[in-house]
Write a protein that binds this ligand. Structure first.
Ligand code: SF4
Ligand code: SF4
Length: 421
């Protein structure tokens, strides 16, 4: 439960949900939508409307690399259309009509090595980025398996640690063998230490106060390394992967079948959280329907958690491999954002876990002076916890400004690098 404090008296203390509930499997939907991110080397010849697909089949635009998706059902492709996601990311939305039962594709070789993992398991639940181990600019010696969820209310990874010990153990063995990492740490809440101890990883605990579960905080508090401003945790030598992704790897090795179902925490308007296992690609509207959650005008649907998630306008959007939560907020209780000016109350500065002068930063972000925000007001130090937005008395969408600014800077850097080539 999230409670606001009296502003200016004490900092609000937000606690993670550490009580994962039972898991319910939802039936296979009649239709799934798979989002394939567009790559420059896609030839567009990999699949077409009318093609039959099997469960676990790899669908790619080009046989020579680039992105791919794994079909989560057996059926027929009934549509391929362009889709533009957040920050203008371009996708192909592949709609597959399910024929009601699964015929499994046999293209996946269960003798998993790093190349096979890159070719088949990057779309597994949790979306593990195995490609980081092949990046010459990164030297990864430590693997951190997160058995805690990053955002409030969500309990996907804790659920996996609690219920999928055998798959986790196999996944940890596979990770050690394929990466040669010196250290494999599993981070769990105190209540799951016993279960995590059977995984074969070194077990560490993390506190239950938000944002202790975010990678940068785990690096500082658990691994004992500070990530330099603007760097990723991978540049600091650590690779983060969710417990769900590791269990998916273990399951794939055991069964020879690619995991095609995703665990999602669904939070209703009354704050009740339940865990559902659904086929990847299931439209969000169908998940809500199965949970008997109905929407009214201006209710808010958030993909991810309440602090870091993204509100969506369409219930046709599918559950993706990294959709850990669907949070529904009643319009009566949804905090509305405003364009009111900053009143310099200082709440955002006091709560920021990395001590950014957010009150100054936000002025530059509002004006679109992103370079100055970076060079003078520590934009790149932000770990994207969203606490500043949560406490802002003027309801300025600070967190959204920060994400937009970082995106714009990455785009500018990419454009400059292209010009230099
Ligand atoms: S989101 Fe806000 S509070 Fe959190 S680290 Fe960034 S600036 Fe600080
Ligand atoms: S940005 Fe919001 S929280 Fe921060 S000083 Fe201004 S009004 Fe206060």
């Amino acid at each position: 439960m999230i409670k606001r404090s009296f502003f200016g008296v004490v900092k609000p203390v937000l606690k993670y949900n550490r009580e994962p509930g039972a898991v319910e499997d939802l039936p296979t939907p009649k239709r799934v939508v798979l989002l394939l991110e567009q790559s420059s080397n896609g030839t567009g010849n990999g699949f077409k409307v009318g093609d039959a697909v099997k469960t676990g089949q790899r669908l790619s635009e080009s046989p020579d690399g680039g992105g791919y998706v794994i079909s989560s059902v057996t059926g027929t492709i009934s549509g391929v259309s362009p889709y533009v996601g957040t920050f203008g990311r371009k996708y192909k939305a592949i709609t597959v009509d399910c024929n009601g039962s699964d015929t499994w594709d046999d293209g996946f070789n269960k003798e998993v090595d790093l190349d096979t993992a890159i070719d088949y398991l990057q779309c597994a639940p949790g979306r593990p980025d195995f490609g980081a181990f092949k990046d010459p600019e990164k030297t990864i010696r430590t693997i951190v398996i997160t058995g805690v969820d990053q955002d409030l209310l969500l309990t996907v990874n804790q659920c996996v640690v609690k219920n999928e010990g055998t798959n986790l153990k196999k996944g940890v063995q596979a990770l050690k063998a394929m990466t040669g990492a010196d250290r494999v740490i599993m981070v769990v809440p105190e209540s799951l230490v016993q279960q995590a101890n059977t995984s074969g990883a070194e077990v560490k605990t993390v506190g239950d106060t938000y944002p202790a579960g975010l990678p940068h905080m785990i690096m500082k508090d658990v691994v004992g390394r500070i990530v330099t401003a603007g760097d990723s945790v991978e540049h600091a030598g650590a690779w983060f992967v969710t417990a769900e992704a590791v269990a998916a790897l273990g399951s794939a090795m055991e069964t020879g079948r690619l995991p095609v179902a995703k665990l999602v925490t669904v939070v209703g308007k009354d704050g009740t959280a339940t865990n559902k296992r659904v086929r990847i690609g299931t439209p969000i509207g169908q998940v809500l329907q199965a949970c008997s959650i109905s929407l009214k005008d201006r209710d808010r649907v958030i993909l991810g958690g309440p602090m870091r998630g993204t509100a969506t306008y369409s219930l046709d959007l599918p559950v993706e491999p990294d959709t850990d939560g669907i949070v529904v907020q009643d319009q009566v209780y949804s905090a509305l954002l405003t364009d009111c000016p900053c009143v310099n109350c200082g709440e955002c500065v006091r709560i920021c876990p990395v001590k950014i002068p957010v009150n100054m930063l936000v002025r530059f972000l509002e004006a679109g002076f992103y370079e100055d925000a970076r060079s003078m007001y520590d934009l790149e130090c932000c770990i994207e916890c969203g606490l500043c937005s949560y406490v802002c008395i003027s309801r300025i969408p600070i967190f959204h400004y920060i994400k937009l600014a970082k995106h714009e800077i990455r785009m500018m850097e990419a454009a400059e690098a292209e010009e230099d080539e």
